[in-house]
Design a protein around this ligand. Structure first.
Ligand SMILES: NC(=O)c1ccc[n+]([C@@H]2O[C@H](COP(=O)([O-])OP(=O)(O)OC[C@H]3O[C@@H](n4cnc5c(N)ncnc54)[C@H](OP(=O)(O)O)[C@@H]3O)[C@@H](O)[C@H]2O)c1
Length: 315
């Protein structure tokens, strides 16, 4: 089958011929209608999981998928042939990813019926970013706060989080790299600050002299950058990093709950995400639909930055 992946750690993504996987016991074979692209894909290909999970090369990239169930292995009864599903899968060993015509998934893993209200090509953009946003809402108990500052609000996770938080009654301040006011307002942001043109600290202090209740920082990889953003949170608030950049002990001294968030994908979270989508509270922000053969270029663009929602790859 056609696939896209790397031949070695840190390798350049390329179009590959890979063997079509066979569903083993408890697994389903999914014909991929589209694969969502996430920064996680190239981080895994670069070796992010290499210390904990074995890698198998050539490594087919990708974790998010939407498609139809083609076949089931022994003892796999959860899904019927032809059923439309979506989900997030990291194989073990790493290497049987979703940038391919077919992928196998354990039926007890993070796979669920696809949302009914949108095409599978759009559903493929939802699993990782949507589950991360839902998981952060839960882990930081964001519904118990009134104001939320999101750094990197215009990207994949940020657009889901903006919608979920605004629907949950929070006042969202969206920090972006660019002119995203109209787009972020449509997702429910109360105010958008282009940090390349305006000082973020002044904009936040203007409205919240004591600081915002909550921060979710999707952009800062260093502890220093994260700490500068956490300085805009009021004492007693909460500050979340998706990049392990929160110094939890230092924040504790100010009564701030610091969280280094890690996604915990599950079928239950996917079902909740599907309900949010089908109820109309959340739209899946598709930025680009790209043929699978052009995935190497799409990955390179994602690495370079500037994401405005989700890119999906269509085999
Ligand atoms: N820990 C976890 O479980 C978990 C789960 C999902 C994602 N993540 C990580 O979280 C990050 C965000 O994920 P994503 O899928 O949303 O990525 P994405 O789609 O690439 O979006 C990131 C967005 O943040 C913007 N940005 C970065 N730094 C910024 C700053 N200082 N101020 C304003 N905007 C900024 C980027 O704009 P520019 O590119 O123009 O800078 C881009 O629009 C990634 O690094 C991802 O690997 C972690």
């Amino acid at each position: 089958m056609r696939a896209v992946g790397v031949r070695e750690r840190n390798g350049r993504p390329e179009v590959l011929r890979a063997r079509r996987p066979e569903p083993g016991e408890g697994e389903v074979l999914v014909r991929v209608v589209a694969a969502g692209l996430n920064p996680l894909d190239w981080k895994i290909a670069d070796g992010m999981l290499a210390e904990t999970v074995p890698y198998d090369f050539p490594l087919v990239m990708g974790v998010d998928f939407a498609g139809t169930v083609e076949d089931s292995g022994a003892e796999a009864h959860r899904f019927a042939r032809g059923e439309q599903v979506y989900g997030h899968v990291v194989s073990e060993p790493v290497g049987r990813g979703t940038y391919a015509e077919y992928v196998v998934v354990n039926e007890t893993g993070s796979i669920a019926p696809a949302p009914l209200s949108l095409p599978l090509t759009a559903a493929a953009g939802a699993p990782t970013a949507g589950m991360t946003a839902l998981g952060i809402m839960d882990a930081a108990a964001l519904r118990s706060y009134e104001s939320l500052l999101i750094i990197g609000a215009a990207g994949g996770v940020g657009t889901f989080l903006t919608q979920l938080a605004a629907a949950g009654g929070l006042r969202v301040l969206a920090a972006t790299h660019g002119h995203d006011q109209a787009r972020m307002a449509a997702f429910g942001a109360a105010r958008t600050v282009d940090v390349r043109e305006h000082g973020l600290a002044e904009a936040v202090r203007d409205e919240y002299p004591q600081g915002v209740d909550a921060l979710v920082d999707l952009g800062s990889a260093s502890r220093e950058d994260f700490a500068a953003h956490a300085a805009l949170v009021r004492d007693g608030g909460v500050a979340v990093s998706t990049l392990d950049a929160a110094s939890v002990d230092a924040l504790y001294g100010r009564g701030i709950e610091g969280i280094n968030f890690h996604i915990a994908p599950s079928a239950e979270l996917l079902e909740r995400l599907g309900e949010e989508i089908d109820s109309g509270r959340v739209t899946v922000p598709i930025e680009a639909e790209v043929p699978l053969e052009e995935a190497p270029g799409a990955v390179a663009r994602n690495r370079a930055g500037g994401a405005r929602g989700k890119t999906v790859l269509v085999p």
